[in-house]
Design a protein around this ligand. Structure first.
Ligand code: 5GP
Ligand code: ZN
Length: 115
């Protein structure tokens, strides 16, 4: 599996940078955002280093589908039953800060910090 030793999210997957883990399986890792916008704010990532949405190919469709199926399940598990937002920032104009593909999933009662 491709990993980038200088990537902070690859380092989180490897346990080199601590995180609050919400879910893990063979290909996915989910952890709580360090600066949450909402009462529940997790980042879903592939364990493999994929830099961003532009780098996704047909080889990733099963993994992406599994991520989409996981999001509502995780929100329910965290008590989020009144709706949530799902966001992927891509590239410079998309304001992507961390170049390892990730899906934000944010929920919980409003008001939120942002979003
Ligand atoms: P982006 O702007 O790239 O879509 O979002 C990156 C997200 O990663 C931000 O919401 C930011 O708070 C979060 N983040 C950045 N560094 C860390 C970290 O070291 N740990 C955790 N848990 N989240 C991080
Ligand atoms: Zn990475």
């Amino acid at each position: 599996m491709h990993r980038d030793p200088s990537c902070i999210f690859c380092r989180i997957v490897a346990g080199e940078i601590p995180s609050r883990k919400a879910y893990e399986d063979e290909e996915l890792f989910v952890f709580h955002d360090i600066a949450p916008w909402a009462p529940v704010h997790v980042l879903m990532i592939p364990k493999e280093h994929i830099a961003g949405f532009y780098d996704v190919t047909d080889a990733h469709t099963a993994m992406l589908g599994r991520m989409m199926a996981l999001a509502p399940r995780l929100m329910r598990e965290h008590g989020v039953t009144n709706g949530f937002r799902t966001l992927v920032n891509t590239g410079q104009d998309g304001r992507q800060e961390v170049p390892h593909f990730h899906v934000h999933v944010m929920g919980g009662p409003r008001p939120w910090v942002k979003g």
